[in-house]
Write a protein that binds this ligand. Structure first.
Ligand code: CTP
Length: 401
């Protein structure tokens, strides 16, 4: 899979540095020519000899060490590689690259390369949540640097939480996937909505729906992997924020509407998978409603149709809607494409097996404004997300710049 590829493996100084040996070994087994670059602190955790033996290549640490292969070393390596993987990546190296600091061989070669750079961070959970770190991640993501999300677990510092270096097997898997994923959304801002809305009845109760948000989260994740800047306006779900995606939490349909409007003007592509309530209680009680004998009635009033509003103001943006139907799929979906001025709609019959809200699969048909239709077999939500984005890229390439 990586046959003939030259990969630079940057190793920085964290306890997870010992796992770099396994990453290097797996890359080598897949056919890559691996060149390790270590920071001085990394050599405190793992010896260069280990990495040199595994990769059969010299390991570079010092900027001015005796050249072995590369002519002007940092430029030679930076030019030659197909990808730069930094695993583990400390907050320090991420901070340096984000701020244009090149003060050792690793940071210099990262700055000098035009190849994709992928960081696999590992650090204490509090460092991971530090605002300087999250700002650096946003900045780097914006400029096309990519990340392999750290795992959750027991950390070497004694804390339990997010921050463990992802499993070496998964790092290599994700690297392979990234190298094969076309970067066809670079320079585009994609706005995705996902999950359910919540309409308050009183301070305790609300009306919602069965949306899990899984479809929209996959779209957001795949768009980020394809190089887009992604903003995800999300109703309540238990899903983690996909790496490289900015999530904005929303509650009611009105709240989602406000948040979407703020992001809409700067977006190039909008994919609206959220299950928005069409109605909300006309007046949410400010105190808990106590039970009494007999029935109660809750008067509902219409929510704005967010997608229809976006359709009216769409300009050159690519606008994609979703339709979850139980009957007359084509007719209902095509009406929505027309009425909401969409480029296309992703329609599914939620009563069909493998097509529901909570599952990991979906069987959808795309209905386009030009009356084309594309019927897909049952696929994973990740695969469906990929197909949606393929169509989005085609449409987006037809738009004037
Ligand atoms: N939608 C929206 N705002 C609403 C209702 C729906 O933005 N108030 C969007 C959804 O995010 C989805 C699309 O419209 O992309 C279709 O939603 P759906 O509920 O299936 O359709 P409706 O237009 O509400 O029609 P109906 O409920 O009558 O099927």
């Amino acid at each position: 899979m990586l046959q003939g590829k030259i990969i630079a493996l940057g190793v920085t100084g964290g306890i997870a540095a010992y796992k770099a040996a396994e990453v290097a070994s797996r890359l080598k087994k897949l056919g890559a020519d691996v060149h390790c670059v270590m920071t001085k602190s990394a050599t405190e955790f793992i010896t260069p000899l280990t990495l040199r033996t595994i990769t059969s290549n010299p390991v570079t640490i010092e900027m001015f060490q005796e050249p072995k292969i590369w002519n002007v070393e940092h430029i030679g390596l930076a030019d030659a590689i197909d990808a730069y993987l930094v695993a583990p990546a400390t907050a320090n190296i991420i901070g340096k690259v984000a701020n244009g600091i090149a003060d050792d061989f690793l940071s210099t070669t990262i700055m000098a390369t035009k190849a994709p750079v992928i960081f696999a961070p590992a650090m204490n959970v509090n460092m991971l949540e530090n605002p300087f770190y999250t700002e650096n991640i946003d900045k780097l993501t914006h400029h096309g640097y990519r990340f392999i999300e750290p795992a959750v677990g027991m950390l070497a510092c004694g804390y339990a939480g997010k921050g463990k270096l992802e499993d070496p097997e998964k790092i290599v898997e994700q690297l392979c996937e990234m190298l094969c994923t076309e970067q066809d959304l670079v320079g585009k801002k994609v706005l995705v909505t996902a999950g359910p809305t919540m309409e308050s009845i009183d301070p305790v109760r609300y009306i919602t729906n069965h949306s899990s948000g899984k479809m929209g989260y996959q779209v957001a994740e795949q768009a980020a992997r394809r190089g887009a800047e992604v903003v995800l306006v999300s109703g309540r779900t238990s899903l983690p924020v996909p790496y490289g995606v900015t999530r904005i939490d929303s509650g009611s349909a009105l709240d989602m509407f406000e948040k979407v409007k703020k992001e809409f003007s700067s977006a190039d592509i909008v994919i609206k998978s959220a299950a928005v309530a069409d109605y909300r209680p006309k007046k949410a009680a400010d105190k808990k409603i106590k039970k009494k004998e007999g029935d109660v009635q809750i008067l509902l009033e219409r929510n704005p149709d967010i997608l229809a509003y976006l359709g009216e103001h769409k300009g050159q943006k690519v606008l994609v809607g979703f339709a979850a139907e139980t009957h007359d799929l084509k007719e209902n979906a095509c009406n929505k494409v027309r009425n909401k001025n969409l480029d296309f709609i992703v329609a599914n019959d939620i009563l069909e097996e493998g097509s529901g809200f909570q599952g990991d699969t979906n069987k959808v048909t795309f209905y386009f404004a030009d009356e084309r239709e594309v019927k897909l077999p049952m696929l994973s939500k990740k695969e469906v997300a990929g197909k949606i984005l393929d169509e989005v890229v085609l449409l987006s390439n037809q738009r004037p710049l």
